[in-house]
Design a protein around this ligand. Sequence first.
Ligand code: NAP
Length: 294
Amino acid sequence: MSSRFPETRIAIIGGDAREAYLAESLAGAGFFVQVFGPRPPQRQNIVLCETLRHALEGARAAILPAPGINEKGELYCPFLEKPLLVGEGDLGVLPRGTPVFVGVAGAYLKNLASRLDLKLIELLDLDEVAILNSIPTAEGAVWLAMGKVPVTIHGSRCFVLGFGRTGQTLAALLAAMGAQTTVVARNPAQRARALQMNCRACDFTELPELVGNAEIIFNTVPALVLDEKVLARVSPEALIVDLASSPGGVDFAAAGRLGLTAFLAPGLPGKIAPKTAGQILSRVIGKLLAEYFA
Ligand code: NAP
């Protein structure tokens, strides 16, 4: 195994099982990896840190989990017993200009990085990552739904809101499983593509009148598309799975008032296919780090 970067410390902070695979892979590529949160197997070039500060000290790049840090400043890390806040005092130990990788950054993290002059790299902005990542996301979404509805996916009336990288993979999977799949997209070209894939397609303006027919609704739009007015037309038996990053695209308070079953489903690749998801991340991060430190 090459050891081209023995002096290059990389911090992995937070995340789930996929970051454990990522740590192994980067250590295998010769980086010295300081990990806080996930627990990769003990091996050369990996140090498991007891504190966030320890993991960040001396690091020349930091890797945050794919879902990043939420708007309350909490690090995504299911391994921790209670939420951990990340602030200026933590990331501030990194020198200015240090690359910080994250799947998707919300306003909190963007502001923090800008104040500290860190170079934020949003991996899910890269099609190369987002398209591959959409595969475990779509499989995870279907797996979640299968555990919650009393009918097969085959023959069920599924709505997919948004037809970007995740929506397209999910709609293709549902259609291949025999679901009656309706794609809701604002872009006419995306609707045309959905029709070509044997799905039904409509615009968001038609959603209130059609949504009552849905048995399972998957949202991928990171904006409020299922507001109280639309939710009021949803069948009480329907299931709503919101895949969009927090806060999602559903008015959850209204859904609760209406007695609907709706939930956010973050971090699906890490939950259902951590090895694949770790490999997707490590391929791209490994390449970017190697270029950066070449
Ligand atoms: P994407 O490729 O950018 O697709 C987003 C889709 O939403 C596009 O069809 C876009 O339409 C549409 N959209 C955006 N804003 C809209 C609005 N205001 N009204 C109507 N439609 C709107 O994004 P993606 O990669 O599919 O990811 C979608 C979401 O899933 C993101 O929030 C991402 O962070 C999240 N995600 C979650 C998981 C998980 O495990 N839950 C995994 C991966 C990604 P246009 O093309 O017309 O803009």
